[in-house]
Design a protein around this ligand. Structure first.
Ligand code: ATR
Length: 280
């Protein structure tokens, strides 16, 4: 019986219980995925003690605790350490080990939808936004040897900070949002990682993608709404789009694998999740 869960705030509407319950069923395992909401007036340290006592097999960590959790870990994997954030904890015989599956999960979701495009490491990628999500995604892209990964953000300094994570042969240019908008034709893949376009501001786009190449892909990690304004704009010029909710499923697939050693198949879960989100 797997005891799994999630810490974060607010998490009442989290989709993770649904996702992991599907995974448990698919893997033929029994278990439970419980929400542990830790409000701003609660003691984080005390909840950590409780979780230790409960002997969970593993748990996910979401905002605002992806950094707060780090001092409570016995070990942190290299990727999570470089990114500076943990979204998955494994209880390994009483030792808590921290991982970050966000960037890898995102990339797996994108590769699944566009395998050919992702196999060509010379495709030019532009990341829009430079928050926590961008950090994990940038790390995953450079770790898988993409040659050109530029970052555009409202605050240049945050983008420069992310570029320090660079590995291997990736070349990175830091751009303002205006500079990025003026050279959109140069890019093959756009990855929108900021909160711009999220409900209730569903008409906003971080930059205009009206002038992008028809052959390009626009991916948005925002999933509320699923069909964001930037994706609608991309489609109107004939470009391909990639929806944000798929990242949720694939980062969870990695986490589930860390906890149980089993990689479950996603099947039609992305379509089912889309229906759940659209029904909200
Ligand atoms: P997360 O950790 O979830 O990725 P975050 O750290 O709050 O979220 O990052 C949000 C990103 O959205 C940042 O890149 C932010 O830009 P700044 O670094 O300049 O703050 C970007 N962002 C949020 N609102 C924006 C807006 N109205 N216009 C442009 N960028 C915006």
């Amino acid at each position: 019986m797997y005891q799994l869960g999630l810490i974060g705030y607010p998490i009442k509407h989290s989709l993770s219980p649904w996702i992991h319950e599907q995974f448990l069923k698919k893997a033929n395992l029994s278990g439970r995925y419980t929400l542990f909401e830790i409000g701003p007036n609660e003691s984080f340290a005390q909840v950590m003690e409780e979780l230790k006592r409960k002997e969970l097999d593993g748990f996910n960590v979401t905002v605002p605790y992806k950094q707060t959790i780090i001092p409570y870990l016995d070990e942190i994997d290299t990727e999570a350490e470089s990114i500076g954030a943990v979204n998955t904890v494994l209880n390994d015989n009483g030792r808590w080990i921290g991982y970050n599956t966000d960037g890898k999960g995102y990339l797996r979701a994108l590769e699944n939808k566009f395998p050919k495009l992702l196999a060509d490491k010379t495709n030019k990628i532009l990341i829009l936004g430079a928050g926590g999500a961008a950090r994990g995604i940038y790390y995953a892209l450079t770790a898988s040897d993409f040659e050109y990964v530029d970052i555009a953000n409202r605050t240049i300094e945050s983008a420069s900070h992310i570029a320090k994570l660079k590995m291997g042969k990736t070349k990175t240019e830091i751009l303002s949002l205006i500079e990025a908008e003026n050279k959109v034709k140069e890019y093959d893949i756009f990855i929108q990682t900021s909160s711009v376009g999220m409900n209730p501001n569903h008409e906003d786009t971080i930059i205009s993608v009206n002038d992008i190449k028809k052959t390009s892909i626009v991916s948005d990690i925002v999933y509320q709404p699923i069909d964001t304004a930037i994706l609608r704009q991309a489609r109107s010029v004939g470009a391909a789009v990639h929806f944000g909710h798929t990242m949720l499923i694939y980062q969870a697939q990695y986490a589930f694998e860390i906890w149980t050693g089993k990689r479950v198949s996603i099947g039609s879960m992305d379509k089912e999740l889309q229906l759940i989100l659209e029904g909200r």
